[in-house]
Write a protein that binds this ligand. Structure first.
Ligand code: SF4
Length: 910
């Protein structure tokens, strides 16, 4: 056994992880106590990493689809790479280098990115290289560059300890960046917290002030705050005069944006806008934390620049506890930007549109030129694929068939492509279905290199395991492909893709940063190993904060105010589409769930695809609780369950972003992003994944099915695929892993027209693995039926179908299976339409993932605990242990203990 230092592959907090391995598998993980991002803490996602590091569902051999109609076939690496490169070269020779494209990921390591960038620009000769960071951080990049002159976060995590006011905008930090939120919760200074979010998220619920603005109205809100700060003379005029420019234009723009006017636009009280501005003015240090609520918007850059303007106008920057802190969504989105892995960038924070920068990079790379034609950004790239302008695409470590907006068009574009290469670790990625070539890549636990987290901190990542099967690290695949491209396209030229290991790539990247704002020429792999993670720039030492001398990265050293007027969301609500849909994260999941979806415990907190809706809207529209509804936008529709939720105002609905075809299928269910518009911010080209106008219609269900089967964890992924494949023609169906004493799959499906008997027979064959059921009830047409499979006095599988199926029975039976209880004593109830009331197991979400504590147990325990909230929390934790490990459930527990105990309500009522 040994412990290997790596990082968590999920959010941009970039927590250090120590993984214990026996050389064949990762046995456990713990937070690295010496890593400055987390000091030993991990959230519910990070602390379950070892549960996701299983070999099943991994891609372990290269595959090729010889013709579009043929299935994928396993081939050797040489054959797969030759096939892919030959297809690309043929297209390039006929139609030019810009007829191919490369699309990467914020989850690649910096070394992977560097090799990909060089492959695309230096070898293939196209700027058509973008990554899913375009969907995540490009508005931040554009905002920082427009105001402070460089794509550089000026702050660091330690600033949370020094802030007097933490201004959180468009971020459910408690769920999206949990370990940083833990740090905020435990800050000795106990800063005031303001949250700007259309929803009352867990972060908003804990805030001192929550402004639930209407979606997309952040710019007018920030303008109104600036208006008040100017009017009340709380701006720092000497600082503005000495260190900034452009203030007069912005002042002119916000002249009419009084809090009373803007209150109507934002849908929040005028007094709350004034309070927010007042707290900003009277706080010694103001730190803002922001994320996708600002970035994923048609006015993403304007939202960023308007918030940064508040910092500049009040000199809240360049010292401990103050500054605009963009929280990176993905673990290494910043590393990708460092090496220039976005269409508009070049290595070392250079610009692809700058001729001097292109010449400089060409010289450093030893090639004649860098192509001049601007590269296509993510949405533009897939549009060009759909038009046939781009004919081949190489996709690495990302899942655009799930994550891009307007999925119907994305799927059409991928189907139309002449060649789709997918470099991927997991077979469950929706994009695999479109692949002509599949290149199996290594993933977390098997990779070595570096990542950069939200605070510019570079960490060495060390592999704990060898590559699984025949998979290879991404950098190695890019280099191997690069050598083949060189041979075909530049046979006379010296190779630029000869790298023996990740360190060689990183050292070339390091050389490219000399003299740039992110200069790391003083850093080395050895220093990272001996001194731990370091923040750039690093010429002689790590740099915690930027602009402490108020010299900004612009040509004249002055920061810039940007005056951009308010622009509403791309979709407008209307009679046809009356609801404003926003999207976000589930607490324990990540992106398209290719990794977290392997951990059954991660579904304990939220276990079904549900659209959240205000209960008054449900009442007005006669939508029953738990109904299946069709959510429809101008672009398409999906069918999911509905959930009444108090976190939304009337007229708004919410969907988690994670549900794609790997978990949710149906006649039209391509995934949540089917609904979202492809409209993007004109400056950053980041699409508006946070808002769509939708309608909600109840689906008239005539048949439903609930089923589960007990199987070993290693077979769950394959079984999930079988269930969903069989259900794809139904109205809607989802399948998730479940776990208790046993592990298995839970499957639920609905249809407007019942499937026939043959469909049921095939499902039974899947469930029973060829064995007939041991107990059975069926009506005359065998559609309304209950079938159970038993083994040694234990329930191992069930299928309940009918109109509607007895949901309590399904829940009860599932608990029987998961706990492995002997069924002898309850045998007579097994086929009953409803179990006896005493046996009904109420479905209750698991709030504490570490100790499996359900919300029902928390409510019951709290009902018997009186006292102040802090004391109630302490007693609750002592009794149930919840919230005593990773702390991801603490915000929900804190909210729960402030609710009035049921006993007291009863006492008052009597
Ligand atoms: Fe991973 Fe959680 Fe840390 Fe983010 S906060 S890096 S998800 S452990």
């Amino acid at each position: 056994m040994k412990e290997v230092a790596t990082t968590c592959p999920y959010c941009g907090v970039g927590c250090g992880v120590l993984a214990t391995t026996d050389g064949t598998q990762i046995i456990s993980v713990r937070g690295d106590p010496n890593h400055p991002a987390n000091f030993g803490k991990l959230c519910s996602k990070g602390s379950a990493l070892h549960l996701t590091a299983r070999p099943d569902d991994r891609l372990t051999a290269p595959q090729v689809r010889p013709t579009k109609a043929a299935p994928l076939e396993s081939v050797s690496w040489d054959s797969a790479l030759d096939f892919a490169v030959n297809q690309f070269v043929e297209i390039i020779n006929t139609c030019g280098a810009d007829s191919v494209a490369f699309y990467g990921s914020g989850q690649l390591l910096t070394e992977d990115y560097y090799a990909l960038n060089k492959l695309a620009r230096a070898v293939v000769g196209t700027n058509n290289l973008d990554t899913n960071s375009r969907l995540c951080m490009s508005s931040t990049v554009a905002g920082y560059k427009a105001t402070l002159g460089a794509d550089a976060v000026p702050t660091c995590y330690e600033d949370v300890d020094h802030a007097d006011l933490v201004f959180i905008a468009g971020s459910n930090t408690a769920w999206a960046h949990p370990v940083l939120y833990r740090r905020l919760e435990s800050s000795v200074k106990k800063p005031r917290v303001i949250v700007i979010d259309p929803r009352r998220t867990e972060t908003a619920a804990q805030a001192d002030l929550h402004l639930p603005i209407l979606p997309g109205t952040d710019v007018p809100l920030f303008h109104a705050m600036l208006h008040w700060l100017i009017w009340e003379e709380h701006i720092d005029r000497p600082f503005i005069d000495a260190h900034t420019e452009g203030f007069a234009e912005l002042r002119q723009l916000v002249r009419e944006a009084s809090p009373s006017v803007v209150a109507r636009i934002c849908g929040v009280p005028e007094k709350d806008i004034i309070t927010a501005a007042q707290w900003w003015a009277e706080s010694g240090n103001v730190l803002s934390l922001y994320c996708q609520g600002l970035n994923q918007s048609v006015s993403g850059t304007a939202k960023n620049t308007a918030l940064i303007a508040l910092h500049l106008a009040t000199k809240q920057i360049g010292r401990a506890g103050a500054g605009p802190f963009s929280l990176t969504g993905q673990p290494n989105a910043m590393g990708g930007r460092e090496v220039g892995a976005l269409a508009n960038l070049l290595p070392g924070h250079r610009e692809a549109s700058n001729a001097d920068h292109r010449d400089e990079v060409a010289r450093l790379w030893g090639i004649p030129t860098i192509p001049e034609t601007p590269g296509k950004t993510a949405v533009e790239m897939f549009d060009a694929l759909e038009r046939g302008e781009i004919k081949a695409i190489w996709i690495a470590c990302t899942n655009p068939a799930h994550s891009m907006p307007d999925l119907t068009r994305i799927h059409a574009a991928l189907r139309k492509a002449q060649c789709v290469v997918v470099q991927e670790a997991f077979a469950s990625s929706e994009t695999i279905a479109f692949a002509d070539v599949v290149l199996p890549a290594t993933t977390w636990g098997e990779k070595s290199g570096t990542v950069t987290n939200s605070e510019r901190r570079i960490t060495r990542v060390t592999a704990a395991l060898p590559p699984l099967g025949d998979s290879k690290p991404d950098w190695e695949i890019f280099c191997a492909a690069g050598l083949r491209f060189e041979k075909a396209l530049h046979p006379q030229r010296a190779s630029v893709m000869q790298f023996p290991n990740p360190q060689a790539l990183w050292e070339e990247h390091r050389a490219m940063t000399a003299g740039r704002d992110l200069d790391i020429t003083g850093l080395s792999y050895e220093i990272l190993a001996s001194d731990g993670p370091q923040q750039w720039p690093y010429t002689t030492a790590s740099t915690a904060r930027l602009y402490t001398d108020f010299k900004f990265s612009t040509a004249n050293g002055k920061a810039k105010f940007v005056a951009t007027p308010y622009r509403a969301t791309a979709d407008k609500t209307s009679n046809a589409y009356p609801f404003a849909l926003t999207t976000g994260r589930m607490r324990d999941h990540w992106h398209s769930m290719t990794r977290t979806g392997r951990n059954a415990h991660a579904f304990g907190h939220e276990s079904a695809p549900q659209v959240w809706m205000h209960k008054d809207d449900m009442t007005r529209r006669a939508i029953p609780a738990d109904a299946w509804v069709r959510v429809r936008s101008a672009r398409g529709s999906i069918v999911v369950k509905v959930l009444a939720h108090e976190s939304l105002r009337s007229g708004q609905v919410y969907l988690p972003m994670h549900w794609g075809q790997s978990f949710l299928v149906g006649q039209h269910n391509l995934g949540i992003n089917t609904l979202m518009p492809a409209a993007f911010c004109p400056s950053s080209k980041q699409p508006e994944l946070k808002h769509a106008a939708v309608k909600i219609e109840v689906v008239k269900i005539s048949w439903s099915c609930a089923s589960f089967v007990s199987i070993p964890a290693a077979q769950i992924e394959a079984m999930r695929g079988k269930f969903l494949q069989h259900a794809s023609a139904l109205t809607a169906a989802y399948a998730i892993p479940i776990a208790g004493e046993a592990s298995g799959i839970w499957f639920e499906a609905v249809a407007e027209t019942p499937p026939d008997a043959a469909w049921h027979a095939t499902l039974d064959a899947v469930i029973g693995d060829g064995e007939t059921a041991n107990l059975e009830y069926a009506d005359s047409n065998r559609i309304d039926a209950r079938k159970l499979w038993l083994q040694d006095d234990a329930l191992v599988a069930a299928r309940l179908t009918g109109a509607p199926y007895a949901s309590e029975s399904a829940q009860w039976l599932r608990e029987m299976m998961l706990t492995g209880l002997p069924i002898a004593r309850v045998r007579k109830w097994l086929l009953a339409p409803r179990p006896p009331a005493a046996m009904i197991v109420a479905s209750s979400p698991i709030v504490c993932a570490c100790f499996g504590v359900k919300r029902s147990a928390i409510s019951e325990t709290l009902a018997a605990i009186d006292g102040a909230p802090q004391a109630r929390l302490a007693t609750l934790q002592t009794k149930l242990q919840c919230g005593t490990n990773c702390g991801s459930c603490l915000p929900e527990l804190k909210r729960s203990v402030t609710e009035i105990p049921f006993t007291k309500i009863m006492a008052v009522m009597q």
